[in-house]
Design a protein around this ligand. Structure first.
Ligand code: MTE
Length: 319
């Protein structure tokens, strides 16, 4: 873990925390000292990394967690992106030469406005926000990431889905020459994911185009990816080239690959174990080995905002 200690004169005004965030952090600091021990909590007070300025008009989102943010190094060197290899260190290595621009996105299916859009035109209409979300991986680890992007609901509204649109499907680029991990059939390519329309329209659902104030690094899903903070990390599909509105539930790569292990919903749920391991706790990437694991929260801490979407559903059956 690398920590850069800066002099106050080195810190840009954009990096100075506003008072409410500061107070929230103080509150969290108190709680987490008890929970996690001083070592992890000690990271909070320090400015860990310089921030980029690729998105000058970015605003801070009130949906952000006030937890300690993982370092840029941690976020960009421990990844799941099977298109660039199955090892955690593979994407950083194998995606170095990937060129995510020029890029176009196709919007199709049950919507009044469909078509093929250049990335810049596609993202231009939206207010860029910084949202600090915890990504809880189904494998039992988590990271806290300062994403930059825009509301998925705002994006969907622009395409005017018809009343037949019950789901939205996302597809990753399929190009084995540019994504060498696709040469091996470890997953059903292209990677696809899907959401029920009301999930997609929830204000928490997010399209990320950057992190730490910079354009999205290749290994994190450049140039554009989904971020679903109350679902396991695999729902947050990377390097999206197609968005399709559908009447029926779309196929999702992990669900198709191992249906007994990965369901369509994939909500973070400490009560429902993966068939091969418990989902009750998680290990924060960067934490020291002697620090206790953290308790996994229902819907990754967003139960107040999303539990109503699943009223009346048996979450053991619809996992
Ligand atoms: N998207 C694509 N296209 N391919 C992948 O292999 N892995 C998923 C998800 N999105 C994956 C993907 C999984 S399992 C996780 S945990 C997150 O990306 C990891 O995101 P991160 O590497 O930015 O932390």
């Amino acid at each position: 873990m690398s920590i850069i200690i800066k002099k106050p004169s080195d810190i840009k005004s954009s990096e100075i925390t506003d008072q409410s965030t500061y107070l929230n952090r103080r509150k969290f600091l108190k709680q987490s000292t008890a929970l996690l021990g001083a070592a992890w909590a000690g990271r909070i007070a320090m400015p860990v990394e310089a921030k980029g300025n690729d998105f000058p008009g970015v605003i801070k989102s009130s949906f952000s967690t006030t937890e300690s943010i993982n370092t840029l190094k941690e976020i960009t060197s421990y990844n799941n992106f099977y298109e660039f290899g199955t090892g955690k260190r593979d994407p950083a290595k194998n995606a170095v030469n990937f060129k995510p621009r020029p890029w176009s996105i196709t919007v199709e299916g049950e919507a009044n406005k469909t078509g093929v859009f250049d990335l810049e035109d596609f993202i231009n209409p939206y207010q860029m926000e910084e949202r600090i979300y915890r990504l809880r991986c189904v494998e039992g680890w988590s990271m806290v990431i300062p994403w930059v992007g825009f509301s998925l609901a705002e994006m969907i509204k622009k395409f005017e889905p018809t009343s037949k649109a019950k789901y939205v499907e996302f597809t990753t680029l399929y190009d084995p020459e540019r994504m060498p991990g696709q040469i091996r059939r470890v997953l059903h390519w292209p990677y696809t994911e899907g959401l029920r329309m009301d999930e997609a329209m929830n204000p928490l659902s997010f399209m990320a185009v950057g992190l730490y104030g910079e354009v999205l690094p290749n290994q994190n899903g450049a140039p554009i990816r989904l971020v679903m903070p109350w679902k396991y990390g695999f729902k947050s599909i990377k390097s999206i080239i197609k968005i399709r509105f559908t009447e029926t539930q779309p196929p999702c790569t992990w669900n198709v690959t191992a249906p007994k292990e990965y369901g369509f919903y994939s909500n973070v749920n400490p009560e429902v174990d993966h068939p091969r391991w418990s989902q009750r706790t998680e290990r924060r990437i960067g934490a020291n080995f002697w620090e206790p694991k953290q308790e996994t929260e229902m819907f990754n801490g967003y139960a107040d905002q999303v539990a109503h979407l699943y009223t009346g559903m048996d979450l053991r059956k619809y996992f």
